[in-house]
Write a protein that binds this ligand. Structure first.
Ligand code: 8YV
Length: 302
């Protein structure tokens, strides 16, 4: 906020729920720039009226809530905050991988219930990740950071899917030619794709069916990338062993079916939840704004 105030006259919206369509239309007419967050509605529907706004500096790397083409057509420049979010999001993916594989949520619930009767040799047996195969779907910055942690930290082999050819930088990592092939080869699948029209439900019943029954699925990208109903069915039918989810289709609603399943770890979109990282994201967004209004190249222009 201090950095923003050095360059601009700033109005802070104190509410923590996303803006309504009417609020967004009013903001677009009133302000020279908006620094939105992930739920704020910036689909084509808001760009029809009077527009004063010239820049949308998104706070976050994911911009699936912004119709960038429509925003550009309405005269706006759009930016995001890649880089700042990478390590923190990869950390959450690895945490979810371990929690799902080692059944940490079930274990914690057992202790909290007061019904833990003590250690025994076959209690809550999970999946040992060392020497297993991690499948990364989407080998961008976050995918590579998840792969690095898993390979160098836990000794996992890496297979991955990426739309274009990619050198992952991970020794022995293999790029496979379809999402299904990665799902079939992996013991842990980590979804690291951006949310967009192209990736909507790209993980569907057919791809989930390729996963092995002992395998776990982790999603730290956007809920809409997975057909959530198909994931619930796979978990209920036991065709996969568990899941670790930080994001949901239609969040913040989380289906009761997911909340009822013990083998699913559920986090409230914690991807970047540290003060340090959120500060870095904010500073990046402010720098994008500063550069734009100074007539310089916008570092993270979309
Ligand atoms: C952000 C995220 O905190 O960077 C992203 O895309 O999903 C989050 O971790 C969020 O986007 C804030 O707007």
């Amino acid at each position: 906020m201090a950095a923003a105030r050095q360059h601009f006259s700033v109005t802070v919206r104190e509410e923590v729920v996303p803006m309504t369509l009417d609020e967004m239309r009013a903001a677009l007419a009133e302000y020279d720039a908006i620094l939105p967050t992930l739920g704020d509605p910036l689909g084509a529907a808001v760009f029809g009226g009077e527009i004063r706004c010239r820049m949308l500096a998104n706070f976050g790397v994911g911009y699936n809530h912004i119709d960038v083409t429509a925003a550009r057509a309405a005269g706006m420049t759009v930016s995001n905050t890649p880089g700042a979010v990478t390590d923190a999001t990869a950390d959450i993916a690895v945490m979810l991988m371990l929690m799902a594989a080692r059944r940490a949520s079930e274990g914690e619930a057992l202790v909290r219930s007061g019904e833990w009767t003590g250690w025994h040799p076959t209690q809550l047996l999970g999946l040992h990740v060392g020497g297993k195969t991690l499948g990364v779907i989407g080998m961008g910055r976050i995918g590579q950071a998840v792969a690095r942690r898993s390979h160098f930290g836990f000794g996992m082999d890496v297979v991955f899917y990426n739309r274009s050819a990619k050198d992952s930088g991970i020794p022995g990592a293999r790029q496979l030619d379809s999402i299904g092939a990665v799902m079939a080869a992996a013991d842990v699948v980590s979804i690291c794709l951006p949310g967009s029209e192209d990736t909507f439900h790209i993980i569907d019943a057919a791809t989930l069916a390729k996963m092995r029954p002992h395998a776990v699925l982790v999603n730290t990208s956007r809920g809409e990338v997975i057909d959530q109903a198909a994931l619930i069915a796979a978990l209920q039918q036991g065709t996969i062993a568990g899941a670790g989810l930080d994001v949901y289709e239609g969040e913040p609603a989380v289906p009761q079916a997911l909340r009822d399943m013990a083998n699913v770890t559920l986090l409230p979109h914690l991807g970047t939840n540290s003060l340090e990282v959120r500060n870095q994201m904010g500073m990046m967004a402010v720098e994008n704004l500063r550069a734009f209004f100074a007539g310089e190249d916008v570092p993270n222009r979309l």
